[in-house]
Design a protein. Structure first.
Length: 431
């Protein structure tokens, strides 16, 4: 293994120790889930080939959903896709009438990422890339840049809000050529869904529509077409914490959100959402509960039902629902070795634990937590990083003094009897 840059090492270690999923460096600690990743890579390739994709990733709290979704986004970025991601919460939903859906869209656009800007905030860069290509085409073709833009965006006119979308891009182009920073800023504000009234949008840009709660999904389809015109392979949207839809007390609001998921699913399965993919992360209750989960909506239950032929240990990764398999003890053994390697910045001479300490630590965890220590490894990973931190700062202490005596308290994040009504902090770290 090669050495690891201090910046990458610190970001990874701090994330794991603080109880959040690392934003970068996931590949350094990735173990297992090979078949699941291969299936999602096929989805990415299909999206890049003008197709569509839809997956519901199901796993217990702490089983690795968020980590898995981050890894999939990193793969999509390497395949020249544009990605967007957001967590659902009471103020961000797929369908609403009080601005919650527009709030979700604003969060998605804020987190828009490309390979050159993986941390988010890439929307303006995507627009500028499209405008720069249009300027180059206009120069060689003897046309004005705005005429080229309108010609290239003509195919969007048939879509919902497509005409105004093209007008906003043309306005950005005018601001780009005239040095009008306010016009450029207004165009980006419209694309981000930050205009709250049509009057303000018309005064600033001369358009009659805005991104509102009812048009969020249509706007995502427009963005998927636009990023392809800008030279990217497609758009992947990752939504996590969909259990918040399951928690909605109002039946009508919950069903309206499930109807939106059904619309997205139908478009994806029918191939009408060109270059657009969705990956949704949720818990088993969110999927299987016939009273409040996705299975409470008959049309979704029939489409998301498991393959009845995949039984007795058989798997089928081609369906819309992907259940994250538990990490095996062997996977977890490899994971702890990788964590030790990352903590030492890739330098074998700086390892804080010998090889025999890792199986001893696993036995210690098994005696405290049972099989949950590798099924939902959140608590155990944090404990292992904490152990390395203590050993680093107390070099005279022997590791055997800790293993076998240190209590590793479970946060109940992976317990079988965990209830969705439990405190939300249990869902904040899904590694």
């Amino acid at each position: 293994m090669s050495t690891i840059r201090p910046k990458d090492r610190d970001a990874l270690v701090q994330s794991l120790r603080a109880g959040v999923v690392p934003r970068t460096g996931q590949h350094l600690v990735q173990v297992g889930r090979v078949k699941e990743l291969e299936a999602l890579m096929r989805d990415v390739e299909r999206i890049a080939d003008s197709g569509s994709g839809f997956r519901v990733v199901i796993g217990e709290y702490g089983s690795g959903k968020t980590f898995f979704l981050n890894l999939v986004r990193a793969i999509a970025l390497e395949k020249k896709l544009v990605t967007m991601h957001a967590d659902l919460n009471p103020d961000r939903r797929l369908h609403a009438s009080g601005g919650q859906a527009r709030s979700l869209y604003a969060e998605l656009t804020k987190n828009m990422a490309t390979r050159t800007k993986p941390e988010g905030g890439a929307l303006a860069g995507v627009v500028e890339k499209f405008v720069a290509q249009a300027k180059a085409d206009a120069k060689t073709g003897g046309m004005t840049t705005e005429d080229v833009i309108r010609q290239r965006l003509g195919q969007l006119a048939e879509m919902v809000n497509g005409y105004d979308f093209a007008e906003v891009i043309a306005a950005y182009c005018r601001g780009f050529e005239d040095g009008n920073e306010q016009l450029k800023a207004d165009a980006i504000r419209w694309l981000r869904g930050e205009f709250s009234t049509k009057t303000d949008a018309r005064a600033a840009l001369g358009v009659r529509t805005i991104v509102d709660d009812a048009s969020v999904y249509d706007q995502l389809k427009l963005l998927a077409r636009f990023v392809r015109l800008a030279g990217y392979s497609g758009l992947m949207v990752c939504l996590d914490e969909l259990v918040n839809l399951y928690k909605l007390a109002n039946t009508q609001a919950r069903n309206s959100n499930y109807e939106q998921i059904l619309r997205i699913l139908n478009d994806s399965l029918q191939g009408s959402a060109e270059g657009l993919g969705f990956v949704l992360g949720g818990t088993p209750e969110f999927l299987l509960d016939t009273r409040r989960g996705l299975y409470s909506y008959a049309a979704l239950q029939s489409r998301l039902a498991e393959n009845t032929f995949a039984r007795a240990g058989m798997v089928d990764y081609s369906g819309p629902v992907m259940r994250l398999a538990s990490l095996t003890p062997e996977d977890f053994y490899v994971l702890l070795h990788k964590l030790r390697h990352v903590y030492a910045s890739g330098d074998v001479a700086r390892y804080l634990l010998p090889d025999e300490a890792i199986p001893a630590f696993m036995e210690h965890c098994a005696s405290r937590l049972g099989e949950a220590y590798f099924r939902t490894p959140r608590t155990t990973i944090t404990a292992f990083v904490n152990l390395l931190a203590v050993l680093e700062q107390n070099p005279d202490v022997e590791w055997r003094e800790f293993i076998g005596s240190t209590e590793i308290a479970s946060d109940n994040g992976g317990a079988a009897d965990h209830s969705v009504e439990d405190d939300d902090e249990l869902a904040s770290f899904q590694l």
